[in-house]
Design a protein around this ligand. Structure first.
Ligand SMILES: [Zn+2]
Length: 225
């Protein structure tokens, strides 16, 4: 399954912070961002830049709108599978792959973008699963924060582990970092891969092998960028 997340995803708790509405935060950011432009040697009054601080402020709030949001907003919608539907004693996994995301590196405030691939094995006791789109939303939620890729990967796995209590969960994230590309530190083709495993994925390496085999079944290989 390929998931495309729109840029307009709203998070229930992500719009208010420090007691301020989104509009109030934009208002307070504008003079600060004008000052940044000045310090870069720019004239904030020149035509092309007049509305840039406002647009920049709104963009920054979008990039970070997952900061105050909780994965519970998405993972509280769960389903219990029927006895008939649930394969007894199975290691069968639910995989959502090619979840495209763009996040912001907290060290340079530059974007990094790529794809996440997630699999979990429902617990035969609770038989709890969630809607497939919820997994994509959880990835997007954590991507919409100031991030490092390693932490984002762990947060996705932990959220699924905490809320669905599966037998196991694995998240693999592959991304290109513009703080490196733009500064010429890294070749354009180079990407970073991070993984997070919980539950049976820690103790049964054959499950990870099978997960990676499923990913390769999709058009030859998983999407990168
Ligand atoms: Zn960076």
């Amino acid at each position: 399954m390929t998931n495309t997340i729109t840029d307009n995803l709203q998070f229930e708790n992500g719009n208010r912070m420090n007691g301020l509405s989104k509009e109030q935060r934009v208002q307070q950011l504008v003079p600060l961002l004008r000052k940044v432009l000045e310090l870069l040697g720019e004239d904030p009054e020149r035509k092309g830049l007049q509305r840039t601080p406002e647009r920049w402020a709104e963009a920054l709030l979008t990039y970070t709108q997952g900061t105050a949001a909780s994965p519970e907003d998405h993972l509280r919608v769960i389903f219990e599978m029927d006895d008939d539907d649930y394969p007894v004693g199975s290691d069968d996994m639910i995989i959502v792959d090619n979840i495209h995301f763009t996040s912001t590196c907290e060290h340079h405030m530059a974007p990094f973008r790529g794809t996440a691939h997630v699999a979990y094995i429902p617990n035969p006791q609770s038989r709890i699963v969630t809607g497939l789109s919820k997994i994509s939303r959880v990835v997007t939620l954590f991507a919409r924060r100031l991030q490092i890729q390693e932490r984002m990967t762990q947060q996705v796995a932990r959220a699924i582990d905490d809320h669905l209590e599966p037998l196991g969960v694995i998240a693999v994230v592959q991304a290109a970092h513009f703080c490196m590309i733009q500064r010429g530190v890294e070749q354009r083709e180079s990407t970073t891969i991070t993984t997070a495993r919980r539950g049976v994925f820690l103790t049964k390496p054959q499950l990870e092998t099978r997960f990676l085999e499923y990913l390769r079944m999709q058009d030859g290989k998983p999407d990168v960028l």
